[in-house]
Design a protein around this ligand. Structure first.
Ligand SMILES: [Zn+2]
Length: 102
C-alpha cells in the first residue's frame, strides 16, 4: 500500500512548497520528508534543510511531467527572433511577440 517513491529533492522549504503546490494542483498526492541527510556522499553539509518530495509510484510519470513543466516555467528563455531574454512565465516574447522554440 505504501508505494511512494522519491520524485525530487528541494533545496529548501520554499522550493519544496512551490513544487508540491504545482503537483497538487494537478491532483498528485505528495509527501514530504524534511529530515537532514546525515552527510551522505556528495551532499553539501550546509543544505540541512533539503526536503524530499515523494509521490505514489503510479503517479510518478505524471508527476515528472508536472515537475518538468514547473522547472521550464522558471527558466528564462531567449527569443530566437530578437534575442531578448524573457522570464519563464512569458508565453510569448514580451518585446516582439514571437513564440519560444519548443
Ligand atoms: Zn523577441
Amino acid at each position: 500500500m505504501d508505494s511512494f517513491v522519491e520524485l525530487y529533492r528541494a533545496a529548501n522549504v520554499l522550493e519544496a512548497n512551490a513544487v508540491k503546490g504545482a503537483l497538487e494542483h494537478d491532483g498528485i498526492l505528495v509527501r514530504t520528508l524534511g529530515e537532514a541527510l546525515g552527510g551522505a556522499a556528495g551532499e553539501l553539509p550546509m543544505e540541512s534543510q533539503e526536503i524530499r518530495l515523494l509521490v505514489e509510484q503510479q503517479q510518478r510519470d505524471k508527476a515528472l511531467q508536472v515537475l518538468r513543466r514547473y522547472q521550464q516555467s522558471l527558466a528564462p528563455w531567449p527569443c530566437s527572433d530578437c534575442g531578448e531574454q524573457n522570464d519563464g512565465h512569458f508565453e510569448i516574447c514580451w518585446r516582439c511577440g514571437a513564440e519560444p522554440e519548443a
